[in-house]
Design a binder for this molecule. Sequence first.
Ligand code: GLA
Length: 386
Amino acid sequence: MSDLRSHTLSEFAERFGHSAMSVWSGPGRVNLIGEHTDYNEGFVFPFAIDRRTLAALRPRKDGIARVASSFTDEVVEIPLHDITPDTVSGWSAYPLGVAWALRQFAPHGLDYSGFDIFIHSDVPVGAGLSSSAAIESATALALDDLWESDLDRRTLARVGQLAENSAVGAPTGIMDQSASLLGEADSGVFLDCRSLKAEVIPLGFEAADLELVVIDTRVEHAHATGGYAARRASCEAGAKAMGVRSLRDLHVADLDRAVEILDDETFRRVRHIVTENQRVLDTVRTLREEGPLAIGELLVASHESMRDDFEISVPELDLAVEAAMANGSIGARMTGGGFGGSAIALTRTGDVDSVTTAIRLAFNDAGFREPSIFTVVPSEGARRAE
Ligand code: GLA
């Protein structure tokens, strides 16, 4: 963290020619369970990870926003009042989109000063660990402090989501930003995406001697195009055909009726969401009653549902899960939006090395690109860095 911080501060000074006022940080996230349920007003259970994005910021008096990052050499400059979803593009759409979105939620009459912002991150991009929410939450917290808009964290999550939906153009739900803003050490965020009621629940991985292994397949995905939006459309069509506001309103017992009404593909999409919501509830209950060693089967069932019913897995993710389970992991599943990105494997500390080696070998044998494998720790959400 402190290396990241000093790098961010020195790069800020180099790019902008003066020093930053302060640094804010936002974490990436891993979703433990509850995939594609957020935009169906269902349940999710993600946690913030120890990979973070830092945003160094300094106010400006001329009403200009300048953004730079270690992703590119480009410095984007725009008058604050000219920022709309249509005037931003590329990577800077994330921080600038937040600058626009925050003003949609903030109280009237605030003094919006311009700013210089520099962004630096160790959340891998394209790995399904929400590097985008990490940028959004760090920027939202920084601008909330700068403009004294005093928005609570649940509202800042909605700011990030609005930026992503409108400025970036990805029709994503509220999960990633909520995890990044509400996460706490060694805990998951159990979120009801209809009421936005969030409960922080201890995961107890460390006490149970468990590690969360991430297998980044390095198969890249983009949610602004393609399959993600298509799945969302299928869910909306399924809800409409079943006569409910959203798939949240269907339960496992309704599936007998759904199979009669829906075409085969829509039925399988619906079945994933309905059973996944139930698995989130079951995971939270099991965790509370029996602890993390007992949640493995639910993780695997979630993966199978995404592979067979929702059809958002890829062979690399399936192989990672299979190899992890064959070599002693407690549970494993793909995490995030799918079509690439990462799988997770909950694994006893003593088995991490053998699981890692087994996955590497399996990828090599299959002729897949070498995966990046590392562990993550459930960590605290966005904050102003000391
Ligand atoms: C992406 C989106 C989230 C969520 C997941 C799937 O990460 O940003 O809102 O829909 O996919 O669970």
